[in-house]
Design a protein. Structure first.
Length: 186
């Protein structure tokens, strides 16, 4: 069974986090929700919704996981950029050719770690902060090697499905997609 770390920081985008966890778990992926080591287990999203993380990022062994996924939200993204453990895990996963995913503003954390791929997408207002060619405004999800990026809250379900397709298989992807009536995610 594939295992994913999903990192929450105060100010995360709730739709993205919940959608990603839901779709990945429907696809049979073991998702561990972690909070930053200096934050509470009860993490507050950008719109005031609280989600209880499973554990602190400090308590996980990143070697046991196949992928790290970062939801966006501006405040949460800047916390991910500044968090040394998140930045080190991103670098380590890139070096070990493990999977990395970031949506909305979170590709900025990939840029900070030096792991943003040549081709990527993100929330439109973040493009100037990233300041790297290769931005794909025309795509909902961009996969470049082992790194996945997506645009924002409205693309989170499709992003989660692409992770299921990659970490599980095409059959499971199709089952989850059709079961959730996600015909627009192709």
């Amino acid at each position: 069974m594939a295992k994913v770390i999903l990192v929450l920081a105060n100010g995360f985008e709730e739709v993205e986090a919940v959608s990603l966890v839901d779709v990945m778990r429907r696809g049979g992926i073991d998702v561990r929700i972690v909070h930053l080591s200096h934050e509470s287990k009860l993490v507050t999203g950008a719109n005031g919704i609280h989600i209880e993380a499973d554990t602190s990022i400090r308590n996980i062994d990143a070697d046991e996981f196949d992928m790290i996924v970062l939801p966006g939200g501006f405040e949460g993204t800047y916390a991910l950029v500044e968090d040394e453990m998140v930045q080190e895990i991103l670098k380590d996963f890139k070096e070990k050719t493990k999977y990395i995913g970031a949506i909305c503003a979170a590709p900025l954390a990939l840029k900070s770690a030096g792991v943003l791929p040549q081709n990527y997408t993100c929330y439109p207002s973040v493009v100037e902060d990233i300041a790297q060619e290769g931005y794909r405004a025309d795509m909902v999800v961009v996969r470049d090697g082992n790194i996945f990026t997506s645009r924002g809250p409205g693309t989170a379900l499709c992003f989660g499905l692409e992770i299921v397709r990659t970490l599980v298989d095409e059959e499971t992807y199709e089952a989850v997609r059709s079961g959730m009536l996600l015909d627009f995610c192709l």
